[in-house]
Write a protein that binds this ligand. Structure first.
Ligand SMILES: Cc1cc2nc3c(=O)[nH]c(=O)nc-3n(C[C@H](O)[C@H](O)[C@H](O)COP(=O)(O)OP(=O)(O)OC[C@H]3O[C@@H](n4cnc5c(N)ncnc54)[C@H](O)[C@@H]3O)c2cc1C
Length: 506
């Protein structure tokens, strides 16, 4: 029998920017993090910063229009309006916690221009160090808040539900021991799905577990097929792959193949500044044709590299590459998940007692393709909203005793690595029915051998929806259906009984 404890406030699963912002907004909260704070989350690795209409010549409605254009027909207009309206206050709130944003002499934010933004609106820190600096400030505040309890080495293994399906807590593994934590509100803030792929820029701990846990509990999932690939991860055999920020192309760096030929003109008139998904497919095509792909920053950045892009410079140096003089080998890598647990604008999922925020949620704000630097903003804005709503619910609503169940199975490492390779091969930048069907067979074999592991369930959700979406839109490209069809979002609910029994029946 697992140990039982009752927490009188929301339990928050995950300690990235969404989870910690939710905790601060809830005021009283218990946060579970599988790793020490500031590690194991994408938030601390973010390079560019947060997009918000902070400049005198910018407005939330211009920011909203850019977000909707990038979202390729699937953004929820109300969610986008809210994100862009609350954006400037969210950035100022992080600055007030001590996030050391770059400032001009008059105190205004230094704002970078990023791809597909019509204005310079990305608040940054020390060039490419936004995530680490923002998280350091937030973590200091959280640690200084006595009503927020943090458990490190604590991972959610199953959502607890009462007879009616209401979420009434979580079964967690804390320091290797199972603990039933009873609470009237659980906030999922478990991040994206990058770890499900062999080539990713995100920490491998971020592997769709929250998505799988929610789906197995019967929560509605939205748009799982929409995965964003960053075109230029650095291909030096590291797992996860370090990122060569888009700003390098903004500065004029050129994409070349092994022969030194600049190839982007073959794919799009905007060349290196074409939309992220177009650049990712071009790099994928050059590599698949055996020509290779490299980012040449020797002229555009040259000697300024170590000062302007210290994180990228360090990654190159670790592999013996000097980007001031040599081309950087690049590969498209999973970077962001637009889909997630379907929520309303206060983070409420379809199951009572369950909330979700940040990358693991889908409010519809990111559509079929996220606009650069909108995701830290999403984590801050919707994390705070979910935290407040969950705190109110934890005070007012009650459920019954949970139905006691064992933890969900874990995918053994060898099987997990096989899944990652198969996902990168068949559910990557370019997809088709043959590859997706082959991948579904492999997932079914893993389910038969290992049962309904949350990360396996997350992979199935992505692949099932990718196979069903017979069109190309945003981050989802089907070689066999290259055109757009009607703009319809995906909403799916697993039958939890079926999902659990699939293993038993086979
Ligand atoms: C290299 C890189 C650069 C980026 N640059 C930018 C940028 O400049 N601007 C921008 O807006 N976005 C950027 N992004 C995207 C952005 O960082 C993320 O979308 C955002 O930080 C997500 O925040 P989150 O809190 O939802 O998730 P995360 O920060 O990923 O946190 C998820 C948390 O959940 C935990 N967790 C996972 N599973 C479990 C479980 N079973 N139980 C309990 N906890 C669990 C994780 O360990 C982690 O603590 C970048 C991403 C990467 C990888």
């Amino acid at each position: 029998m697992p140990k039982t404890l009752t927490f009188d406030g929301p339990v928050i699963l995950g300690a990235g920017l969404a989870g910690l912002t939710a905790a601060l907004a809830a005021k009283t909260a218990l946060v579970l993090s599988p790793t020490p704070l500031a590690t194991g989350c994408s938030s601390a690795w973010a390079q560019g910063g947060l997009a918000a209409a902070l400049a005198g010549d910018d407005t939330p409605s211009l920011h909203a229009a850019d977000t909707i254009a990038a979202g390729a027909g699937l953004c929820d207009g109300e969610a986008v309006a809210l994100l862009t309206r609350e954006g400037p206050a969210a950035v100022r709130a992080l600055a007030a916690l001590g996030a050391p944003f770059d400032r001009k002499a008059d105190g205004d934010f230094v704002l970078s221009l990023e791809a597909a933004h019509s204005k310079a609106r990305v608040a940054r820190v020390g060039g490419d160090g936004a995530g680490a600096a923002i998280m350091a400030a937030v973590i200091t505040t959280v640690r200084a808040t006595p009503t927020i309890e943090i458990r490190e080495n604590a991972r959610a293994r199953r959502l607890l539900q009462d007879e009616t399906g209401r979420v009434v807590g979580v079964l967690a593994e804390i320091d290797g021991e199972l603990v039933e934590i009873h609470s009237h509100a659980v906030v999922l803030a478990t991040g994206g799905v990058g770890g499900l792929y062999a080539v990713t820029t995100t920490p491998t701990q971020v592997r769709g577990e929250g998505l799988g846990l929610a789906a197995l509990a019967g929560a509605e999932i939205a748009d799982p097929e929409f995965v964003q690939f960053h075109p230029t991860a650095i291909d030096i055999g590291r797992d996860p792959a370090p990122l060569a920020t888009e700003a390098l192309r903004g500065e004029g760096s050129i994409l070349r193949n092994t022969d030194g030929r600049a190839f982007m003109a073959d794919y799009h008139p905007a060349k290196e500044l074409a939309p992220r998904d177009v650049v990712a497919r071009a790099i994928h095509a050059e590599r698949a044709a055996g020509r290779g792909a490299f980012l040449d920053a020797t002229t555009a950045v040259g000697g300024h590299f170590p000062r302007e892009f210290p994180a990228v410079f360090e990654a190159c140096q670790s592999a013996g590459i000097d980007p001031r003089r040599e081309m950087i080998p690049v590969v498209p890598a999973v970077h962001y998940h637009m889909g997630g647990v379907a929520t309303d604008l206060d983070g409420r999922a379809s199951l009572p007692g369950l909330y979700a925020a940040g990358e693991c949620a889908s409010t519809g704000v990111q559509g079929a393709n996220r606009l650069a630097s909108n995701s830290l903003l999403e984590a801050a804005v919707f994390g705070a909203r979910a935290g407040r709503a969950a705190a109110a619910a934890a005070e007012g609503e009650t459920g019954d005793e949970p139905v006691s169940l064992a933890p969900l199975p874990d995918l053994p490492n060898e099987a997990f690595q096989a899944l990652r390779k198969a996902m990168s091969r068949d559910a990557g930048v370019i997809r088709d029915a043959t590859g997706l069907a082959r991948l579904l067979e492999e997932i079914a074999a893993l389910e038969a051998a290992h049962g309904p592991c949350p990360s396996l369930v997350a992979a199935r959700l992505i692949v099932d929806a990718a196979l069903a979406r017979q069109e190309s839109r945003g981050g989802h490209y089907r070689a066999d259906f290259p055109e757009k069809a009607a703009p319809v979002r995906t909403f799916v609910t697993l039958d939890p009984v079926q999902a659990g029994l699939r293993h038993a029946a086979e």
